[in-house]
Design a protein around this ligand. Structure first.
Ligand code: HMG
Ligand code: MG
Length: 300
């Protein structure tokens, strides 16, 4: 029996994961315009920024000012990354309705990314989750480096499953499995989902693939076959991680939509508008097409 879902939810992460590490110069007006275009494309889940240390990730420092320009209805479609109570406090002040906490499956990556061990991060997230949920804020969980770490190499799926269990136990409604450096292949992506879903239903998991080795779409196809129905992606294939040297961007949303359209899987996003938004991003940043769809449609 095929587990491939009839419809898929896309979490558009370009305005956060995409731009947090972008080397081309851009300003707040551009990030805001991008978010407005993503709303017009029909996205119901837009990761628009992060309340993290501006010393660590300067590109997200204008998240608060940008949020102020959106109304409550728009904000109900946004999420922001929050590493600690300090970030949560600011998120509450700005009327954020969903946050994401981010753990890692590798000790070294956890230290480099959020300056604490995995165990300490879970303790921090416990406080964040409690406080967020009390304030009516939904919490999503991330686990980075699920298919490999830039510092320690291979990662045991059992460790990923254990961290996922902890995040769900803290009240995260979903855990996104991040192949932060894009080293996974389809068989390992599928195996990981089989391991994490031994104790928790597949509806509690999303996949988040970076495309460093061009494997992201194949991994998504493998994940769909395991029943995964939530996919993170970034318009135009933007992205990278400041703490994952050499990692390429996220899988491009327009490429994912092209595949889903071909498979007759519903997503309720305007694919054409997403491709136009990808070209808007490339023009503004002065970049050549990154995704296959933006390359194929460049001169249309
Ligand atoms: P720290 O230096 O250990 O924090 O950083 P601290 O508590 O000692 O505070 C140091 C300074 O940071 C203080 O300022 C705090 O006020 C400030 P100072 O007194 O020196 O002026 N600070 C903050 N400022 C703003 N917002 C906050 C905040 N917290 C403290 N929330 C910390 C620890 C977690 C803050 C830091 O390591 C950090 O911000 N890390 C974020 C890293 C990050 O955003 N990485 C990228 C996202 S993860 C990713 O991309 C992977 C993902 O996409 C999944 C995947 O691809 O696999 C999610
Ligand atoms: Mg990422």
């Amino acid at each position: 029996m095929s587990l491939i879902p009839e419809s898929v939810r896309i979490v558009e992460v370009g305005a956060r994961d995409g731009l947090q590490n972008e080397s081309a110069p851009f300003d707040s007006a551009f990030r805001e315009e991008l978010i407005r275009k993503l709303l017009c494309c029909g996205f119901q889940n837009i990761e628009m920024g992060a309340f993290v240390s501006p010393h660590w990730v300067p590109k997200m420092a204008d998240t608060g000012p940008i949020l102020q320009h959106f109304d409550t209805a728009d904000k109900s479609k946004f999420s922001v990354l929050v590493p600690n109570l300090q970030g949560l406090e600011v998120a509450i002040q700005h009327g954020v309705k969903e946050i994401a906490v981010f753990a890692a499956a590798s000790e070294m990556f956890s230290q480099k990314n959020i300056n604490c061990s995995i165990k300490e991060s879970i303790q921090r997230f416990k406080l964040v989750c409690n406080e967020a949920i009390q304030n009516g804020i939904r919490v999503r969980g991330y686990i980075s480096c699920v298919l490999g770490c830039p510092y320690q190499g291979s990662v045991n799926p059992i460790i990923v499953a254990d961290i996922a269990e902890r995040l769900l136990h803290l009240g995260c409604y979903e855990v996104s499995l991040g192949d932060t450096i894009g080293v996974g292949t389809a068989n390992r992506a599928a195996e990981l989902i089989q391991v994490v879903t031994r104790h928790n239903p597949v509806r509690h998991f999303a996949v988040h693939y970076h495309d460093t080795y061009g494997q992201a779409l194949a991994n998504i196809y493998a994940a769909l076959q395991q029943g995964i129905a939530t996919i993170d992606s970034a318009v135009s294939g933007l992205g990278g991680c400041p703490y994952a040297p050499g990692a390429a961007g996220n899988v491009a949303t327009e490429d994912v939509l092209y595949m889903l359209d071909g498979m007759n899987i519903e997503h309720n996003i305007n694919s054409k508008a997403v491709t136009e938004t990808a070209h808007f991003v490339l023009n503004k940043l002065g970049k050549s097409p990154i995704s296959r769809v933006s390359a194929a449609t460049r001169n249309l």
